[in-house]
Design a protein around this ligand. Sequence first.
Ligand SMILES: [Mn+2]
Length: 341
Amino acid sequence: MQENTDICKQTGDLTDFDTAWREMTTASSILITSHIRADGDSLGSVMAVWFALKEGRNADILIDSDIPYVYASLPGIEQVRKPGAADTTQWDLVVSLDTATKDRLGDVARLTEGCRIVNIDHHPSNSAYGDVNLIRPTASSTGEIIHQMLKWAGCAITPEIAEALYTAILTDTGRFLYFNTTSSALRAAAELVDAGARPEIIGARIYKSNTLPLIKLRALALSTLRLYEEGRVAVMEITREMFRETGTRPIDTQIFVDIPAGIDGVEVAMMIRDADREDTVKASLRSKGYVNVNQIASEFGGGGHSEAAGCELPGPMETVAERLLEVIRRHLKAADEKHRR
Ligand SMILES: [Mn+2]
């Protein structure tokens, strides 16, 4: 009980855990879902909630995304299906995780019409579209919120849950490198290791595993790398032809943006690629903290966090790159002016 009080002090008021958890545990059928272009936080959070709630109720997981191959061995991942595979559209409750707006659920969004929604997320841009909203922008990841909630509820953190939540925190903090690598994220990670998560195995699967086709794709992408603004902006591109030539999938290129972002002196890195839909281009933006890339992505209807954000624009690639560069230049200049003052 002492422990629970501490957590509540650390994370704010008690009522939001209480309301969300009551809804989640009294529903007899639930749909657990998350955003398109699944990542470590979305999949880890979804799997943890599924393991915590699957006993005694019908619990489905639907996500409108392919699964990145680095998460293919997460325990229980075979439970995740695409919205087309749903054998019911009737649930007492939808639990939407790590998803800032309802349209980010892709084709799952229309299945949730008329359903009660519990919305748990850490994106500051979350639109509070749920009937119950548990939004904690100070949390490193949705996985960290789930961890706090399960502890608060006295729910056992099994090795499967620990692995799922460790994956969520590890990936959303960029393997404990981004600004959201708070002491509470590290503390949660440590507790999850105590509960059975194996950092060396999880880390190796995500960051040390590669396929030859992806290495070849990386080489093609690297050949497009360009620097602007005296080396403070880096841009890398992946075209549809490159995916075709190497037999790779867009979903497996999520950490490619680390390449331009890793160059010394680069303040804003951008990776643009042809999107899954014809005639659209997906941009991923990274910052080292000097420029807020969430604001840049927001200008194009996207979003995310101040150091990592993304958006989707109508193509072709060259015009998209130009439009984004223009906005990046403006934000860089504004940051320079702010710094001078
Ligand atoms: Mn997240």
